[in-house]
Write a protein that binds this ligand. Sequence first.
Ligand code: HEM
Length: 192
Amino acid sequence: MSTKKSDVFLSKTENKGILGEFIESNITRRLIPKGLSWFGCMGGLSLLAFMIQLVTGIFLMFYFVPGEDEAIASIQRVSHSVPYGWIIQRIHAVGPHIMIGLVFSHMLRILFKGIYRHPRELHWVSGACLLILTLLMYYTGMLLPFRNTNEHGNMPLTYLYAIHVAGIPLAMSLFMGMHFFMIRKTGIYEPL
Ligand code: HEM
């Protein structure tokens, strides 16, 4: 007995399982439209940049010591003595500049195309919070290797470190959750 093409397709789809179906309907079957410009990719690229910062940051946390004298020394130890530490440290230090550029380009596209209008007001508000948090992340991270307490505005280095590695990333995750939930609800302006 010969097998029909439709039978083969059916048995393939039946064996996908919940995870396979989830991946298909959310990732592999979502095609990028032909006319999508580079500016249309800036939101996704901002997310990618955030994830790279997260992974490299977790790696650096194993070595960074938030002490007045130890901070610079511990960064130097990662860069010079830990295998591949130099490249992780460099990516984490250069990444924010790229991420800020990506987030601004994303925002400018939304602004100039008027995408912030109803029903996307909350996308814009959560996005604006994400922009402020991205800049705060940059600012607190930049102060970490400083030696003098005055350069932290008299804030102990341990507080600054806690804000940089826990407070702001947690707030960012919350606002990103809101951002993506809203995008899921309305669908995006130029559908993927
Ligand atoms: C860490 C920062 C951010 C990340 C990771 C992020 C990520 C994304 C992603 C992945 C999308 C869906 C695809 C797209 O349209 O590009 C999106 C859409 C959107 N974002 Fe952001 N975004 C960020 C910041 C911002 C900022 C600063 C604003 C404006 C103040 C903003 C406003 C919007 C709006 C209005 C949409 C809906 C666009 C549409 O419906 O097509 N986002 N964002």
